[in-house]
Write a protein that binds this ligand. Structure first.
Ligand SMILES: [Zn+2]
Length: 135
């Protein structure tokens, strides 16, 4: 269910992004998403949910590429960074300090979008020129 809500948020962001290009509708190949390891999002599940949600929409066929950002904590005792683990109750290995600051691992953001904009329609032939040539 978590992933369904995440997908709705993503689609909302993408729809807003599309508005910036209106009236053109960008053709999106890939959406690069950063997902923190501490967000409890299952990447495979998110990709699946995304694939179902975009069917029949302007985003149909757009691939969701997930980059996992590792969980990194900062020890407020010695200011060092460390990888918190559930086995150690997320305490810092250096000072055995409880985790109070998360440096990374809670991201859920669109890093970039691979897309192309449709070509502008070809201009009409210049009628005055055609008339001059015929004369
Ligand atoms: Zn420390």
């Amino acid at each position: 269910m978590h992933e369904v809500d995440m997908t709705k948020c993503l689609l909302l962001s993408m729809n807003q992004w599309q508005q910036q290009h209106a009236p053109a509708i960008p053709s999106v190949q890939r959406v690069h998403l950063q997902v923190g390891a501490f967000t409890c999002v299952e990447p495979d599940q998110l990709v699946f949910t995304w694939g179902v949600a975009v069917q029949g929409s302007w985003l149909a066929g757009a691939e969701l590429v997930i980059e996992t950002v590792p969980l990194l904590g900062r020890c407020l005792q010695c200011n060092g960074t460390y990888t918190p683990s559930p086995e150690a109750a997320y305490r810092s290995p250096c000072c055995d300090h409880p985790m109070e600051e998360i440096v990374s691992g809670r991201e859920l953001r669109i890093r970039s979008v691979d897309y192309s904009l449709p070509e502008p329609p070809p201009s009409r032939p210049d009628l005055s020129l055609t008339a001059a040539a015929a004369a």
